[in-house]
Design a protein around this ligand. Sequence first.
Ligand code: G6P
Length: 371
Amino acid sequence: SAAEKGGYDWFMQKEIAEQPQAVADTLLGRVNGQGRLKLDEMRLSEDELRAITKIIVVACGTAYHAGLIAKYAIEHWTRVPVEVELASEFRYRDPILTKDTLVIAISQSGETMDTLMAIRHAREQHSRVLAICNTNGSTIPRESDAVVYTHGGPEIGVASTKAFLTQLTACYLVGLYLAQVRGVKFNDEVEEVLTQLSDSPAAIAETLNRMEPIRKLARSMVGARTVLFLGRHVGYPMALEGALKLKELAYIHAEGFAAGELKHGPIALIEQDLPVVVVVPSPKRPLLHDKIVSNIQEIRARGAKTIVIAEDGDDVVAPYADFLFHVPELPILLQPLVATVPLQVFAAELADALGYDVDQPRNLAKSVTVE
Ligand code: G6P
């Protein structure tokens, strides 16, 4: 009903708006003032966490994209190798699992059948399973050795938004906690990241305040037949997520690519006026930044309409951007917390402009409880 939507047009709009609070709730009580982390519900001893030699993240859909981003962060902070796998592929390929493997299952609902079957398989092989989940007492956390709840609150819109940002936040917490317990790098970079993570709800709120041009852009694009998304580093999974959102909601063909792969195929798709969304890493990472700027130049020279998401103060990209959106500064590993927000709003607004039901896209279910 309208009252349940609290004045918003759709639940998804409400859930997008709730993201600063949702992320704050994920962090609540888990970070103390001294830059230390506390994950009480972890139920895995520090000795067990120190013994881990490999992490495998299993998930589906948007949660899988959270896992792809988590890999960049967890490997960088902990130096533990991380694999990320679609839950539906996992058990059928005879994955290498030992008691020192930590399997992290990410699931908003805690009921996704593929993810559940993946963790059952992992436990049969005596691996430890940690669930990152939004739904208290659901099946996946009940069948796991440990759980970090995201505390994002109920998510009604089929396309995941606040659940995604809170999954990311929980992944960051787990990565930082592992770094803390294992004594890696903790006193310098990791402590600083923790402070920036604590500040991220304000950055998300600031991003939300800037959405009007994105809405207008989306509404001007009802004629688009294909939209491509490009990114590097964590921008690559963000590109995948941006494309997924557009498929789910607006039924527009969309694909996400690693920008570095352009020359290996996708550039052949570029034609006059093709919209291409590019997520640009911070200019503080000059190697990454320079490369993506030349990618933008390459596609623009071939006629692409470039929709560029870049950090505040990054004006180097401006001459090559048909549309430029700035997000607040965060360390690159945390950038998805702000830079995915315009992608969510873009997809939802475009779907609405096309007359589709944003909360209940055709053929999709909020939770997929069959394999
Ligand atoms: C469905 C939903 C997606 C979600 C995926 C995984 O496909 O439509 O939004 O990302 O399931 O769901 P889970 O509950 O496991 O996170």
